[in-house]
Write a protein that binds this ligand. Sequence first.
Ligand code: C2E
Ligand code: MG
Ligand code: MG
Length: 825
Amino acid sequence: MPDMPSANILYIEDDLGLAELVRIKLKREGYHVAHTESGHQGVMLMRDQDFDAVLIDFYLPDMNGLEVLKGIQALQPKAVCIMISGIDDMQLVVDAIKQGAEDFVLKDSEGAYLELLPTTLGKVLLKQRLIAEKEAAEQEKSKSEAFYRSLIDHTHVVAWEYLPNTGRFSYVSSQAEKLTGHSLEEWTSDGFWQASLHPQDYAKVNAFCSSRSHSQEEEGLEFRLLKKDGSELWLRQLVSVVEIDSESCCVLRGFLIDITESKQAMEKQRLAELVFDTIHEGIMITDTHNCIEVVNPAFTKITGYSFDEVRGQNPRILSSGLQDARFYTALWQSLNKHGHWEGELWNRHKNGEMYAQSTSISYVHDEVGNIKRHIAIFGDVTEKKQADEKIYHQANYDSLTELPNRQLFQDRLHSAVASAKRNHSQLALLYIDLDRFKEVNDSAGHEAGDRLLIQVAKRLNECIRETDTLARLGGDEFTVILSNLSTNYDIENIARTMLEVLEQPFSLAGDIDAAISASIGIAMYPADGGDDETLVRHADAAMYRVKETGRNGFEFFTAEMNREAGKRQQFKSAFKDSLEKGEFKVFFQPVWRLSDGKIMGVEALSRWQHPEWGMVMPDDFIPVAEESGFIHELSLFVVNEVVKQIKAWDEQAFNEISVAINLSPIQFRRLDDWLAQMHKVLSEHAIAPHRIKLEITETALMGDTLKLMETLSHVQTSGIEISLDDFGTGFSSLSRISGMPLNFIKIDRSFVSQIGQGRQCNVIEAIISMSHSMDCQVIAEGIETVEQREYLKQLGCDFGQGFLCSRPVPAADLLTLLQKGFLFD
Ligand code: C2E
Ligand code: MG
Ligand code: MG
C-alpha cells in the first residue's frame, strides 16, 4: 500500500495520554497530526485548515462524535472522518457511518487499536484518493466533452451521426439548422434525406450512406442539399467513421462543411476561364511593367502571335506605327486619369498586315492601390470599319461621278458658311444645271447619259481649286462651293470657263458625240444670303433665270429673281385650290385656212384668273406647273373644258370646228395614261376623235423614239391629229422629224414676226416645202399683219393663227365670232 506522505490528520481526543501515543504512532507512519481535546475546538480547526482526514473520538467532554461529525460536515461536506469508539458505542458508530463517516476504529484495551488505526487511515485515505482521482477524471471528461461540443457548435461544420438501418440521422449539430434552415427535428426525422437532397445527387449520397466502409475518395463526397427556402447548398463530407454500436448496429459519423461559396467561386472561375478561352475578343494582360503576362486564344487569332511569342514582351510589338506619339500620350493620360481608355487603333498582324481594333484598356490595382496589371480587350473591327467607310461613302458620295452628293454638299456648305461667318470672308455658290441633258439621255440612252455626266464632273473639277467643293445633287444638277474668296477672285471667269469646257463636244459610247451647254446661277455669301438654305435657293433662282433667258450662260442672283422664285413658290401652293375654285379658264384662238379665210379650228390655251394677281399667263405658270407635276391635273381640266365647248358648238351647228390641245413634254412620261383618260372623256360625251388635235413640242420628240412613234401612231389611228408646235425654236431639224407620225407643223411666231422686216424668210419657205413633202400641213403662228398673212399664203402655207384674226378669247366670245359667220380674209 502506498504510504500517505505528509497527509494532515486532525485527531480529536480528550484522553491526552492516548492522544500522544496515537500521534507518535502516526507520525512514525509519516502523517502530520494536529491534536485537539474538544469537539468544539476540532470543528473550529476545520474551519481554518484543510485536513486529509479527521479522527474523532466518540466521547468528548463537550459533545459526542455524531455532533462533531455534523459540525465538520456543515463546514466541509467532503471531509473524511473516521470514528474512534469503544465497543459499547457500536450503535452510535453505525449511525455515524450512515451519516457519512468513512470508517470506524474500535478502541481496545490491549492496544491493537494503535496498530489498526494507521491501517484504517491508510485505507480510507487511499479510497478517498481514488474517488478524487475518478471524480477529477470524470470532470476532465465532461470538460473536454463540453469543449468539443462548444467547438462543434461554434464552427461551421455540421457534425452528424447517421443510422443506416433506420435511414435517418440520430444526431446533427446545431450548425445544421443555421446552414439549411431545416430545424434539428426535421434533420433527424424520417425521410429527411430523401426530401432534402438534390435529386441529381441523391443516388451517390444514398450509396455512400449504405456503404459500410468508405474510401478516401468518398470522404470528399460533395453534394447539394435543398435549403428550407428552396435554394441550393453545396456540402462536402469530411471525415466519416463507420462504427458498430453496442447493439451491433452500424453507425456513421462525420462532418459536413458548407462549400457553396467555394463552389460558386469555382463556377465563376470556370466561367471566367471559358470566357477567356472562347470569347472572340482578344485579351491581353500585362504586369506592372507592362510586359505581357497572359493572352487568350482570340489574341492569337487576331494578331497572329502565339502566347509563347509574346510572353514577357511589351505590347508595342503589335504597333503599326500608324498612330503618332500624341495618340499614345493621350491614351496613357486617360489611363492614368480614369484608369480606363477606350478607342480604335490600327495594329500590325504578325504577317505584316494592318488591322483595326476597337480596344478597351483598364488598370487593375492591388489591395493598397498600386497598379498591378493592365487588361486590354480588343476586337478586330477592320471589316466593320471598311463597311462603315463604304456606308459613309455610299451615303455621302454619288456613285456615278464619285462627287459629293446632296447630303455631303449640304454639310460642306453649312461648314463653309459657318467658317465664312467666323472669318468675315466671302463664298460663292454656283448652281449648275445642264441644258438639254434629258434629250441626250433619251436619245442616246442612259448609259451614254451616265458617261456624259462622268465627263462633265471631270471637266468641272478641273475648273476649281482643290479646296472647293463640286457636288452632284442628282440628275444633271451640280453645285460648286467656292469658299475663302479673296477680293480679286474672279468668279465670272470661273463660270465662263465652266461654260466653255462644257461646250466642247463629249464623245459618248461608240461614235456618239454630244454637245451640251449649262445654265449657272451664282449666289454670294453674305451679299445674297446669310445662311446655306437661302444661298441654295438664290443660286437656284439665278440658274432658273438663265434657263428662262435662253440657257448656256450664268447669272448672279438679284433681288428680282428672288421675287420670281417666291412667285413660283406661291404658284405651286395655290394651284390645287385655284383649280377647285374655278380660277383656271380655257381660252380659244381661231386657226383659219389661208386660202379662203375659213375658221377651221381653234387652239385651247389656259388662263389663270387669280383674284389677287389678275390674269396669269401660261408662259408664267406652265413651267411651274410642269415642275410641280400640276400639269397633269391641269391638262385633264383642259380636256374636259374642251369637250364641253365642242358640245356647245355642236348645238350651234359648228360641228366641224376642231380643237388643238397643248401637251407638255412632261406629260409624255405618262402619255398612255393620259390618252386613256382623254379617250374615256371623249367617248363619255360622244365626241369624235377627229375633233381633237394634240400639239406637241420638239422636246417631246427627243425621248425613246420608237416607243413614241408607236404611241403617236396609235393616237393618229384613233383619229386624233398631231401638230408639232413652235417648230424652229428647238434643236431638231426637219430631217430628224421626217418619218414621225405628224399631221401639222406649226411655224413658230419668231419666224413669222420676221416677215415684213426686210429680211430673207428662206427658212419659212424651206419649212413649208419640206413639211409638204412629208405630208404635213403647215400652220403659221402669230400672224399679226396682213402682210404676213399674204406672204404666207403666197408661200403655200396652209393655215394661220394670230392676233390679226383674234386673240385667244373665252368660249362665249369665240361663239359670237363663229356666229358672225366669220370668214377671215
Ligand atoms: P403656243 O402653244 O405656241 O400657243 C400660242 C401662243 O402664242 C399663245 O400664247 C398665244 O396667245 C400666242 N399668240 C397667238 N397669236 C399671237 C400673235 O399674233 N402675237 C403674239 N404675240 N402672240 C400670239 P399663250 O396663250 O400665252 O400661251 C403660251 C404657251 O403656253 C403656248 O404656246 C403653249 O405652249 C402654252 N400653253 C398654253 N396653254 C397650255 C395648256 O393648257 N397646256 C400646255 N401644256 N401648254 C399650254
Ligand atoms: Mg400650241
Ligand atoms: Mg406655238
